[in-house]
Design a protein around this ligand. Structure first.
Ligand code: GAF
Length: 392
């Protein structure tokens, strides 16, 4: 299996050259925001529940300079495209499409909230792989939001930023995601996982440094083709919201674990019962994972990760054969726990392993892929990195 190259290395320098090539002068500043993995707590965010992501070293870097009119020009080094939109176009959700919708969406969300967003020239470079479930869109939104907030001296509190970036994605780009990815990209701290209550947006930085315990988090990109992701995601969200209405609670977060059996009895659709069981048990697994990490017992979170995967596979039905194969092979090769991370239907698998066995476990996953005739996966090990920031 191929190992990905060293992330993040010289993107910050590269983006200056890219900006100069596009606009003929150096940028006023540079800002960066990371992709993320979620250690545990999947599809709990839009149910007002708990999540535990950490930021990746891979990040999106934006170089920018303000201009005097409400006009945004954006070059993407990844796609080799340049887009331009004005205030009127930014004010029409859906007008700018593709990757540009995440940029225009941020401008829209800021303007809609009454902020005097400056026009700007921007250049974007990123090593967050797109389509791998590592939140490349949230990294782009968060980097652009951080850049525009600084350029316009908007005085935007960091606590308010994730919800604005989420609105960009929900309303402008049309993806009904929760707040986890934007919160992770903006608020994570190096060496920590982010324990977030998605209802109150209260958060706690939980120390999480697998390397000091001789461990590693292996991130395996399943390379499964993403199919119908937005539609399936929206369907899961709708099922959860309708179940909450039937149960007479504001959100599934309000169904306690010891009230789960009674709640399930009140639902007459078997599929919906499975969805509810996933969310309620997953919230509990997040709380138990946090308790174990607070106690410094990192390997003990393995079984919770594996139980989370089983719940996503059997109850929430968001896994695909590639990720199930990767999880099973990683566990057989000695991982303490393994699970798919992110929205599902492909994306990445996390495996908690002894650091000196990372390659062996990755090789075992490759062998299982070869047996099944799947496209070979790509892997890297990830230590928790920092959230969005200005670069000096
Ligand atoms: C995607 C979404 F964008 C998040 O909000 C979250 O719901 C996640 O899927 C599943 O936990 O990444």
């Amino acid at each position: 299996m191929a190992e990905r190259g060293e992330p993040g290395a010289d993107l910050a320098t590269q983006v200056i050259r890219v900006f100069e090539r596009q606009y003929g002068e150096p940028p006023v500043g540079r800002w960066a925001a990371p992709g993320r993995v979620n250690l545990i707590g999947e599809h709990t965010d839009y149910n007002d529940g708990f999540v535990l992501p950490f930021a990746l070293p891979q990040r999106t870097v934006v170089a920018a300079t303000p201009v005097d009119e409400p006009l945004w020009t954006v070059w993407s080094e990844q796609t080799g495209e340049r887009i331009t939109f004005d205030g009127e176009q930014a004010d029409k959700p859906g007008h700018v499409t593709g990757w540009g919708s995440y940029v225009a969406g941020v401008v829209w969300a800021l303007r809609d909230a009454g902020h005097p967003v400056p026009g700007a020239r921007l250049a974007v470079a990123s090593d967050v792989p797109p389509g791998a479930g590592l939140s490349s869109s949230a990294a782009l939104e968060s980097a652009v939001l951080t850049a525009l907030a600084d350029l316009g001296r908007l005085g935007l509190p960091v606590e308010a930023r994730p919800a604005l970036a989420q609105r960009a994605e929900n309303v402008y780009a049309g993806m009904p995601c929760g707040v986890m990815d934007q919160a992770a990209s903006i608020r994570c701290r190096a060496g920590h996982a982010l324990f977030l209550d998605c209802r109150s947006l209260d958060l706690e930085h939980i120390p999480f440094d697998p390397a000091t315990a001789g461990l590693a988090v292996l991130v395996i990109d399943s390379r499964a083709p993403h199919r119908h992701v937005t539609g399936e995601y929206a369907a899961r969200r709708a099922a959860c919201e309708s179940a909450a209405r039937t149960l007479g609670v504001p959100a599934l977060r309000d169904v306690p674990l010891d009230g789960l059996a009674a709640a399930l009895d009140r639902l007459d659709d078997d599929v919906v019962r499975h969805r509810v069981r996933h969310v309620v048990t997953e919230n509990q697994r997040v709380l138990e994972t946090v308790a174990l990490l607070r106690a410094g017992d990192v390997t003990a979170i393995g079984p919770l990760m594996t139980a989370s995967h089983a719940s996503m596979r059997d109850d929430f039905e968001i896994t695909v054969p590639e990720v199930d194969t990767a999880v099973a092979a990683a566990l057989s090769a000695g991982a303490y726990g393994a699970r798919m991370t992110g929205g599902g239907f492909g994306g990445c698998v996390l495996a908690l392993v002894d650091a000196d066995r990372a390659e062996t476990v990755a090789d075992a996953v490759t062998a299982a892929y070869v047996d099944r005739g799947f496209t070979p996966p790509v892997w890297f090990t990830a230590a928790p990195g920092a959230g969005a920031t200005a670069l000096s």
